[in-house]
Design a protein around this ligand. Structure first.
Ligand SMILES: Cc1ncc(COP(=O)(O)O)c(C=O)c1O
Length: 356
């Protein structure tokens, strides 16, 4: 039984079609022993969403949205994306045999652009304000009969809940005390929180964990509103960060997220590019997980928060690792990698010098 079938009672899907699935879900849940020792952390785990079919958590939401589209007889789907959601929608659209339109943000990495293009969608690389594009897509969708399954689409959020359910079961019912996740438009964290609310309604958990949403300082409208105690965010005009995947200047889920975070005493914080790149390197070098800078914000947030507050030894911390670092190679600090060029004929000599 796959993950969608296991949690079907919590989802608005009357049927799950094998021919719309790509093997999403049931992603690894890893104890980060080395990090725990090095940074004096309580039990800390990575929920590794890189293991989804298109190497990001977006597949969780795309699979449910595509099911909903099929059930309603919709033939054309689309999305507005910084990259990952475009790749995911293009792949699931191809699998479902649907005409798929992908509007991708101009500053996306070449790896993301081509990973979307390979599935054969109608791919538009768009120069302009991403927040406005999000709204514009719905108008275009109405004119052209395209269901734009964007970041805060209701069916997408339902799919993100499954990540929360899996965390719940992979922890063998012990409750997590903190869940850290990157935030851009807000859909992902809303889905995770909704999962725990529903588990609580069913009497399966007594306490909702502390959710910590992390934004990049170069695009942090929700974190800024949270820090100022505001109920509503203000859109930002410029986005400048290495964490390109999480650069929505006008996050559609921002105000709902602020409300939910307040209700459950969570936190929305931001981290600098330097903190992000350091975290990306640490989790790659110490734990073997190569994630996008956007995903590394979860660890960057944890290490930053640890400087302000002490965690209890009984705490259990989960980092949701949302996407693969292979999708943006350019941001890496190559000067840290030693690549030894060697010829086969001289290999023994080279090895001798390296193992001295
Ligand atoms: C890798 C990655 N992590 C996190 C997010 C944030 O998700 P959301 O926009 O639902 O807040 C995104 C969004 O594109 C992403 O690509």
């Amino acid at each position: 039984m796959n993950s969608l079938e296991r949690y079907q009672d919590f989802l608005p899907l009357s049927q799950i079609h094998p021919n719309l699935l790509l093997g999403e879900g049931d992603t690894p849940f890893l104890r980060l022993e080395t990090l725990m020792e090095e940074f004096d952390l309580p039990d800390t785990f990575a929920k590794n969403e890189i293991f989804n079919p298109t190497a990001s958590f977006k597949d969780r939401g795309t699979v449910t949205a595509v099911h909903a589209a099929k059930a309603s007889g919709i033939e054309r789907i689309g999305t507005v994306s910084t990259g990952n959601m475009g790749i995911s929608t293009a792949a699931y659209g191809a699998r479902a045999g649907m005409k798929t339109f992908v509007f991708i943000k101009k500053d996306t990495s070449i790896e993301k652009l081509f990973s979307a293009g390979v599935h054969g969608p109608i791919l538009l690389r768009i120069d302009g304000d991403y927040g406005k594009l999000w709204h514009e897509s719905f108008r275009i969708g109405k004119d052209h009969g395209i269901y734009f399954m964007n970041s805060t689409d209701a069916f997408r959020i339902e799919g993100y809940k499954v990540i929360g359910f899996e965390i719940f079961s992979q922890l063998s019912s012990e409750r997590p005390t903190y869940i850290f996740a990157p935030v851009s438009s807000g859909g992902h964290l809303i889905g995770l929180m909704k999962a725990y609310r529903e588990l609580q309604q069913q009497g399966l958990v007594h306490h909702i964990p502390t959710f910590v949403g992390v934004q990049a300082q170069g695009c942090s409208p929700i974190a800024q509103a949270f820090a100022a105690g505001m109920l509503k965010y203000e859109r930002v005009d410029k986005t400048e960060t290495v964490a390109q995947s999480i650069t929505n200047p006008d996050p559609p889920g921002g105000n709902i997220l602020l409300k939910m975070i307040r209700e459950h005493e969570g936190i929305i914080m931001d981290v600098t590019d330097e903190e992000i790149l350091t975290a990306q390197r640490i989790i790659a070098e110490r734990e073997g997980i190569f994630c996008l800078p956007a995903s590394a914000t979860a660890l960057a947030g944890l290490l930053k928060l640890q400087k302000k507050q002490k965690f209890d030894p009984q705490d259990r911390i989960i980092l949701v690792i949302t996407g693969s670092g292979v999708k943006n190679i350019k941001v890496l600090d190559k000067s840290r990698m030693k690549i030894h060029d060697a010829s086969l004929s001289e290999l023994s000599k080279t090895m001798a010098s390296l193992t001295e």
